[in-house]
Design a protein around this ligand. Structure first.
Ligand code: TEU
Length: 548
């Protein structure tokens, strides 16, 4: 690989995602807030992360926990105020931590002033800011389904037209074909950047471009319009051009292929720095819905991630993630959250962080938090989970079966409060938490993990993050997958110049005989050093060595 220009700073950076309502509550109302985040900046600095991405904190009716925004230029009072946000920004920057905002501009809340005007009348100047169509034969304009169940269109009685909502009814899609909409978004982005934020994570940004001819007729489902690339290039010219190079943009792009990602992220195209792709988190989804579980085969995971590694090797850049606020907890999904929780959480961390790309740590993963273990529908709050339950039960499914699906796939699994200590409020709140705290917080919590010495998952993450900072091989080295057909071994090398790093991990609770030599100078591993068993990996063992 030849590097003729200085690599971007984010090639050696690690991002930490905060889901504010579940991170830390400083007021006792049971909901996390900006004061809570400020109180944990030392913790994040110790972990060593470079960037914090905040899930939405804007003013919002909270129909989708803030992904339904009613005012892009204010902080929801649940979380604090603009003044407190400025404090957070200054205190984070003082510690060398950047702050990235979630940018949700495929849709707004139906309570946003823009939509209230738009729905007012057929002739309102903002009518065309959203996607309005007449019905066809007394029903919706096309056959699209909302991501959260039901048709993607809602009839608005006042004007007799339907508006498009790819997500909840309360999340009407903006019409990006309209130049005024785009300008209003760019102006708002500039306003935040002028305030000092360091970039944006762009929610479902590939969905902003609709194929116009699909909007009426029998188009069965959304397909990304090619204009998305024009929009992003325009955004670059109007927002990012001329600003310093320390910013970061990451687009969330469900359904994007490797080829799409190359177009989004090749540096010469001036669109995005990187995207979140979804292929590897769909491998265990059933054909009908994501709530049908198909046991994941490690060879499929390796084939998928390996293809993204080689696909973006020459141009473009990967983001690396196993979990976020929409996915189950990674240790419960890909590891063993019982007997081998420490081993599998650290194995997953090492595998992820040593791929080529920018790793994203989801809050709580750094202490191996697990799925929620909810058993009744009353425990759930997530709109997707509740809609799914109601639809399935209405269609005749047994509630117990639906609850079993939610227990492994619901987004609420990752949204339970961060477990800071063993106290009744888990150190998260002194009040009643908005979503139940996982009972295992009495043993799985930050305080216990930090006291666990060699078995601290936090400490293992801290070392991996430091390794990326220090080692050009980790940041930039070429990736090569080894033993792709092995059912339980995940093995690869990273190499740069004369240096090669070898990573071998055992994705099973049984011992594994190594089909390759893992000799070399130890870098990091999750079993006590010096006790390696030659030619063998113990349950969920990961071993990383420099190869001479
Ligand atoms: O998610 C978009 C998305 O496509 C999925 O991750 C989705 O949340 C779900 O898993 C579909 O089954 C983004 C946000 O991350 C999510 O929290 C929001 O609900 C959604 O957009 C709408 O803004």
């Amino acid at each position: 690989m030849s590097i003729d220009i200085a690599p971007a700073w984010w090639t050696s950076a690690v991002v930490y995602q905060i889901y504010p309502r579940s991170f830390a509550d400083s007021t006792g109302d049971g909901i996390g807030d900006l004061g809570g985040i400020r109180g944990k900046l030392d913790y994040l600095q110790e972990l060593g992360v470079d960037v914090v991405w905040l899930s939405p904190i804007y003013r919002s009716p909270q129909a989708d926990n803030g992904y339904d925004i009613s005012d892009y230029r204010d902080i929801d009072p649940l979380f604090g105020s603009l003044a407190e946000f400025d404090l957070l920004l200054a205190e984070a920057h003082a510690r060398g931590i950047k702050i990235v905002m979630d940018l949700v501009v495929n849709h707004t809340s139906d309570e946003h002033a823009w939509f209230e005007e738009s729905r007012g009348s057929l002739t309102n100047p903002k009518r065309d800011w959203y996607v309005w169509r007449d019905g066809v034969d007394g029903r919706e304009p096309n056959l699209w389904r909302s991501m959260f169940g039901g048709p993607a269109w809602k009839l608005d009685a006042a004007t007799g037209q339907y508006y498009l909502h790819l997500f909840a009814v309360k999340q009407p899609d903006l019409n990006w074909e309209n130049r005024e909409v785009r300008s209003a978004v760019y102006e708002m982005m500039n306003w935040w950047l002028d305030r000092g934020v360091d970039g944006f994570r762009m929610d479902v940004i590939n969905l902003i471009a609709k194929v116009q001819s699909d909007l009426v007729g029998d188009s069965p489902g959304f397909v990304m319009g090619d204009q998305v690339h024009d929009y992003l290039q325009e955004m670059n010219r109007e927002v990012f051009a001329g600003r310093d190079a320390d910013l970061i943009t990451v687009g969330e792009t469900p359904g994007a292929t490797v080829d799409d990602a190359i177009r989004f992220t090749s540096s010469d195209r001036l669109e995005l720095d990187m995207v979140f792709q979804f292929e590897h988190v769909g491998l265990d989804h059933g054909p009908r819905t994501k709530f049908d579980n198909v046991p994941l085969k490690l060879v499929d995971l390796k084939r998928s991630l390996g293809r993204w590694q080689s696909g973006l090797a020459e141009s473009g850049w990967n983001s690396l993630y196993f979990g976020n606020h929409d996915q189950p907890r990674s240790v419960s999904r890909f590891g063993d959250d019982g007997q081998f929780r420490f081993e599998s959480a650290t194995l997953l961390a090492a595998i992820l962080h040593l791929h080529r790309g920018t790793p994203y740590v989801y809050q709580g993963d750094e202490i191996g938090m697990t799925n929620a273990g909810f058993t009744t529908i009353e425990q759930y709050q997530d709109i997707e989970s509740l809609n799914y339950y109601n639809e399935e039960v209405a269609a005749g499914a047994s509630p117990a079966d639906v609850l079993a699906s939610l227990a492994f796939r619901s987004r609420d699994n990752a949204r339970t409060p961060v477990q800071w200590d063993a106290s009744p409020g888990a150190g998260f709140t002194t009040g009643t938490p908005w979503l139940a705290i996982t009972p295992n917080h009495t043993t799985i919590n930050v305080a216990a993990d930090r006291a666990a010495g060699l078995r601290s998952i936090f400490e293992f993450y801290r070392r991996l993050i430091a390794l990326r900072h220090e080692s050009p091989v980790v940041a930039l080295g070429d990736f090569e997958m080894l033993e792709p057909e092995h059912p339980t071994l995940y093995a690869f090398t990273r190499s740069l110049g004369a240096e090669t790093l070898l990573v071998v991990g055992n994705f099973s609770s049984e011992g594994l005989e190594l089909p390759l030599s893992a000799d070399g100078e130890p870098v990091i591993g999750n079993y006590p050093q010096g006790e390696d068993v030659a030619g063998e990996l113990r349950p969920w063992e990961v071993r990383v060595v420099w190869r001479g």
